[in-house]
Design a protein around this ligand. Structure first.
Ligand code: F6P
Ligand code: MN
Length: 334
């Protein structure tokens, strides 16, 4: 196999398509390097004394794991000094993180979920890091939260790292989706898949079925019809998978198709779903669209939603085109 490193890939992409200027390349390489460090910590597990909870809560009132906090610190530290960023935002921090005065400021905004699927950490199941890159509005001196309030369609890059049997980096800069595998001995990211495409049809769905009694009618209808299988209205049997780490469920869907759902439900009207728009739904939606899939909040294209707050939640339906189109139609019909 001809080995193409992440750096070479980014340089050649820029040469071909002029879509990865030097500052963006630096940003992506710095994030990828941070993910390498996180992967190393995750891989150490109990040997690194990094498992377990930290006895703190994040802004969403979720108990933080030691690795949530560590991963957040790794990403902050790695990205402060390079001069490529104007500010950062993270699931683990209530407000935005401006670049300290001692460093030069760049033109990009970086958002991340440092460690997605945290409930899997202590049971050795795949988890990941999700990131989204926006451009800071022109001419701003000190970025504010308001400067982050851009639609997902404004993202200039998005990606995730998955820490599983292999550590991989999935990346889009708006020109398809490519995958890199971490060569653990060499410490380098190597291009291993080009131009990932999600099959338009699928017989696999992902949803937390234990919430079924709380769902709204369109979701119940859609899932019930799948469960009826071959003899039901869908005329085919469906299989189900739920890993409880969005990164890992999306990674499977990118490779063999599927539909991932985290709907809003009747439990708490103030909480439209569980997942966060800015650093979970938007980056994953950009990746899914770039791989030929579809992503909606049940009614509209995810990437067209105008954000109003940094940590806002959103219902998520993403994956194989024909399935996401169908469940979206059920919502619009209702
Ligand atoms: O980040 C939130 C998250 O951990 C996702 O990665 C995952 O898809 C979901 O929550 C799992 O939620 P639940 O615990 O309700 O199944
Ligand atoms: Mn998450």
């Amino acid at each position: 196999m001809k080995r193409i490193s992440l750096t070479r890939f980014l340089v050649e992409e820029q040469r071909l398509n002029q879509n990865i200027p030097a500052e963006l390349r630096l940003l992506i390489e710095v994030v990828a390097r941070a993910c390498k460090t996180i992967s190393h910590a995750v891989g150490k597990g109990a040997l690194g004394e990094v498992l377990g909870t930290a006895n703190t809560e994040n802004v969403q009132g979720e108990v933080q794991k030691k690795l949530d906090i560590l991963s957040n610190e790794i990403l902050l530290e790695a990205n402060e000094w390079g001069g490529h960023l104007a500010a950062m935002a993270s699931e683990e921090m209530e407000t935005i993180h401006p670049i300290p005065n001692r460093y030069p400021q760049g033109e990009y905004l970086l958002l991340f979920d440092p460690l997605d699927g945290s409930s899997n950490i202590d049971v050795n199941v795949s988890i990941g890091t999700i990131f989204s890159v926006l451009k800071a509005p022109d001419g701003i001196a000190t970025p504010t939260e308001q400067d982050f309030m851009q639609k997902g369609s404004q993202q200039v890059a998005a990606g995730y790292a998955i820490y599983g049997p292999q550590t991989m980096l999935i990346l889009t800069t708006g020109n398809g989706v490519n995958a890199f595998t971490l060569d653990r001995e060499m410490g380098s990211w190597v291009l291993t898949e080009r131009n990932l495409q999600i099959p338009v049809d699928t017989q696999e769905f992902a949803i937390n079925m234990s919430n079924a009694r709380h769902w709204y009618p369109p979701v119940t209808r859609y899932v019930d019809e799948m469960l009826e299988g071959k003899t039901g209205p869908r005329n085919k049997d469906f299989n189900m998978r739920w890993i409880a780490a969005m990164v890992t469920d999306v990674h499977r869907i990118l490779h063999r198709g599927g539909v991932f759902m985290y709907p809003a439900d009747k439990r708490d009207p103030d909480k439209p779903g569980k997942l966060r728009l800015m650093y979970e739904a938007n980056p994953m939606s950009m990746i899914v669209e770039q791989a030929g899939g579809v992503s909606t909040d049940g009614k509209q294209r995810m990437l067209d939603i105008q954000p109003t707050t940094l940590h806002q939640r959103v219902p998520v339906f993403l994956g194989s085109k024909n399935e996401v189109d169908l469940v979206t139609r059920y919502h619009l019909d209702a």
